[in-house]
Design a protein around this ligand. Structure first.
Ligand code: FE
Length: 338
């Protein structure tokens, strides 16, 4: 009996040693929902032999899930979009610090923290209806509160992370009191109650339902390079302004991720994060999803993205956006920007 048990124990031990080598799997919790990411992951598996087991969900659900799973969480890497959400995940203690020479050399300092990293950037720009307004009227985020835009402004919800991050950057630059006054001005200018996503705002601007709105750049590039002629025609009615070029620069946000604290597979997790900063992966972000690479000098092949041109980006470190996130939410609540 004793011999048999130890034989079984030996067999089990042998199996558990053998298993990882035969079937290397990385559990990726992803709140990115872009079709083009498929190729990005397939390429990683091809290069490393590490299969990616993707668990997709909404940002908040995935964060909650990792938290509930606790020490037993199978999650190795969590990726999502927007600094506001990554900061929240960090605040919940979901990430482990990552020390990687590759990440440190390839990703600029203002686009990473000790625990999470940006892998692509997008800008939040002002869009306007060409027949309703002139570009000169909407050169800055601050101008969106100008009374001359009364009844002309459309927006998605103030509580959405894209807007929270933008307001967070305004607090960093203009202070809380000035930003609250701005938010009140913005609310006073609404053409309609906030609703829909960025693409809905673009459509409403093109249709003339609103004169002005803000949008992330990849939605604009997506419509410009659309197969549908109607989308491309629609974009001819929409003007794009790089906000705050004479002052703080245009607010940029990121997609990014980090290693989950309880990862049982840390080597593969770091390897995956480093892969996302490789030239190849960086090109997928640009050519597939119309986002800018974070790594300098990566050659992309996306005419719609190139056509957007160059601009001065706000150099505020993304970690700083996190600092003002709660203040941003309170400012918007007090101003009635829901
Ligand atoms: Fe988006």
């Amino acid at each position: 009996m004793k011999i048999r048990l130890s034989l079984i124990a030996f067999a089990l031990a042998a199996a558990s040693f053998a298993a990882p080598a035969q079937d290397k799997v990385l559990n990726l919790y992803s709140a990115r929902h872009y079709q083009t990411d498929e190729a990005l992951y397939a390429n990683f598996t091809q290069q490393t032999g590490i299969r990616i087991n993707r668990i997709e969900g909404k940002e908040e659900e995935l964060m909650e899930r990792i938290r509930n799973e606790g020490a037993n969480s199978p999650a190795d890497v969590f990726i999502t979009v927007d600094a506001a959400r990554l900061a929240k995940a960090d605040e919940l203690g979901l990430f482990a610090p990552v020390k990687s020479k590759v990440l440190e050399t390839r990703i600029p300092a203002h686009l990473r923290t000790a625990t999470w990293f940006a892998f692509s950037t997008r800008a939040r720009v002002i869009i306007y209806n060409r027949s309703a307004l002139r570009a000169e009227q909407v050169q800055t985020y601050e101008s969106l509160a100008d009374p001359q835009l009364k009844g002309k402004l459309c927006s998605r919800s103030g509580a959405h992370p894209y807007n929270l991050s933008l307001v967070s950057s305004l607090i960093a630059h203009d202070g809380e009191a000035q930003t609250e006054a701005w938010a009140r001005g913005v609310v006073a200018n609404f053409a309609r109650a906030p609703k829909g996503g960025d693409t809905d705002q673009i459509k409403a601007v093109a249709a003339g339902e609103c004169g002005v709105a803000v949008s992330n750049t990849y939605y604009l590039a997506r419509l410009v390079r659309s197969d549908k002629i109607d989308d491309r025609r629609m974009m001819e009615r929409v003007g794009i302004v790089w906000p705050n070029q004479a002052t703080t620069g245009t607010h940029i946000n990121i997609s990014g991720g980090g290693m989950v604290k309880t990862s049982k597979n840390q080597e593969a997790a770091v390897r995956f994060l480093e892969y996302l900063a490789s030239d190849e992966a960086q090109r997928y972000f640009a050519d597939g999803n119309n986002e800018w690479p974070v790594v300098d000098g990566v050659v992309t092949n996306n005419p719609a993205l190139t056509a957007l041109g160059k601009f001065k980006a706000d150099p505020l470190p993304i970690g700083m956006l996190a600092k003002n996130m709660v203040a941003a939410q309170m400012v918007l609540d007090r101003a009635g920007f829901r």
